[in-house]
Design a protein around this ligand. Structure first.
Ligand code: DQA
Length: 162
């Protein structure tokens, strides 16, 4: 199975990056970030697919489409970070590492941004680095997927000595 693919997911309002609250999110567009993320994946020999949606169900469907097919997910869920429980459940069903990504540091903003429903199932979290976070998050996701591939699965018969 060709799993050397990172699925990058972008949640609501991230399509407006470049003009949306530039004092918080900067002036780079989502396309700029996706390009930087893809470059990082390519340098490590992986492909990158990107999906942005303003609708939680679309992102849930995108996660489902990645199960058994892509090796890792990097997700900037936008405001769904703080209440998107169906996205949480979809990511919990994903069979690979998940990296949580934010341009800003939500923990240092309004109190309602302190809860992340993604954090409990993320193998890494990248926040507050602006656009530099995209390639970092991709590298961490690929690293986690490579580490998992090297660890024998206890349920795998080949690794069962009995
Ligand atoms: C964000 C932080 C979220 O709190 C916010 O709702 C966003 C963007 C970030 O990238 O900093 O839409 O995920």
């Amino acid at each position: 199975m060709a799993r050397h693919v990172v699925l990058l997911l972008s949640g609501p309002n991230l399509n407006l990056l470049g003009t949306r609250e530039p004092e918080i999110y900067g002036t780079d567009t989502l396309l700029d970030h996706v390009r930087a993320a893809r470059r990082a994946a390519t340098e490590l020999g992986w492909d990158l697919e990107h999906r942005q949606s303003n609708h939680e169900g679309d992102l849930v469907d995108a996660v489902h489409s990645g199960i058994g097919r892509v090796g890792a997910i990097v997700v900037n869920p936008g405001a769904l970070t703080h209440y998107g429980w169906s996205l949480h459940d979809a990511l919990a069903a994903f069979d690979g590492p998940v990296v949580e990504l934010h341009l800003s540091e939500p923990r240092e903003r309004e109190s309602w941004r302190r809860l992340s429903v993604v954090e409990p199932l993320a193998s890494a979290r990248v926040a507050g680095d602006g656009g530099a976070g995209y390639p970092r998050a991709v590298a961490l996701a690929i690293e986690a997927a490579a580490a998992a591939a090297e660890t024998p699965d206890p349920g795998d018969e080949a690794s069962d000595p009995s």
